[in-house]
Write a protein that binds this ligand. Structure first.
Ligand SMILES: [Zn+2]
Ligand SMILES: [Zn+2]
Length: 242
């Protein structure tokens, strides 16, 4: 099993990666990928997010690379932040008009404004059952509203940064045509979470979430979880069976 495309990776437009765009494309070609999405952190992520004004610059850089390297398709994506229970994400209409692919996920560093309590609950959820349950309810509600209110290709690392009701998320993902990620770097979905999610007619996608060039296309750990869970590879968007 291998993947034909990697739909989650960061470039130097994210505060936590130094990856040069052309180096990303060259590496992706070298390892035989046919398609990649550049998915930098959404602009409301403090310190790590792409500057709103740079999104158009990134679009032009990607257009140029697509012309220079016709052997691969490079998509402009975003790893938008889920910002609150109302399902807001930090992708505005102008950015949406420019891009080809939308990931959304929950991150501690995002600017939640009125919903900052979500961060506190997720940080302290390990220490108290009551806080854990409250965080689980809020995170699940936020993720489901994000899928219902926005066209999103994929939810990144579901459950990695705070507890969620995976069955409820998978059901909403199936209803809204949103894929769930089996993230190689973050360990989520876990094997157990895949087993629960696959009871719903949802599609999955395996990604590296590379912040370094050498990690692009690396999904060995995700593939092990697919096998352990007994998930039919046909339900995974980017798997090629050989
Ligand atoms: Zn992430
Ligand atoms: Zn990421």
């Amino acid at each position: 099993m291998r993947i034909r495309g990697d739909y989650h990776m960061h470039s130097r437009y994210s505060g936590d990666s130094n990856n040069d765009l052309e180096a990303i494309v060259q590496r992706a070609i070298e390892i035989g990928l046919e398609e990649i999405a550049i998915t930098d952190h959404g602009p409301s992520h403090n310190g790590y997010g792409i500057k709103r004004i740079e999104y158009g610059v990134l679009r032009r850089e990607i257009d140029h690379l697509n012309e220079k390297y016709p052997q691969i398709k490079v998509l402009l994506g975003l790893e938008a932040n889920i910002l609150g229970v109302d399902g807001r994400i930090d992708l505005d209409e102008e950015m949406r008009g420019m891009n080809d692919w939308v990931n959304a996920g929950y991150h501690f560093g995002s600017n939640l404004k009125m919903d900052y309590k979500i961060h506190l609950d997720n940080i302290f959820s390990k220490f108290s059952k009551k806080i854990h349950n409250r965080a689980l309810k809020t995170n699940t509600e936020a993720m489901i509203s994000a899928m219902r209110n926005n066209k999103i290709n994929m939810i990144t690392h579901p459950g990695a940064k705070g507890p969620i009701d995976i069955a409820a998320v998978a059901k909403a993902a199936a209803e809204t045509g949103t894929m769930l990620e089996i993230n190689n770097s973050h360990g989520h979905l876990t094997t157990d979470e895949i087993v629960i999610a696959m009871q719903f007619p949802v599609k999955f996608v395996l990604n590296s979430d590379a912040h370094k060039i050498e990690d692009i296309g690396k999904v060995e750990d995700s593939i092990s979880r697919v096998i352990e869970a007994g998930l039919d590879p046909k339900r995974v968007y980017n798997i090629i069976e050989e």
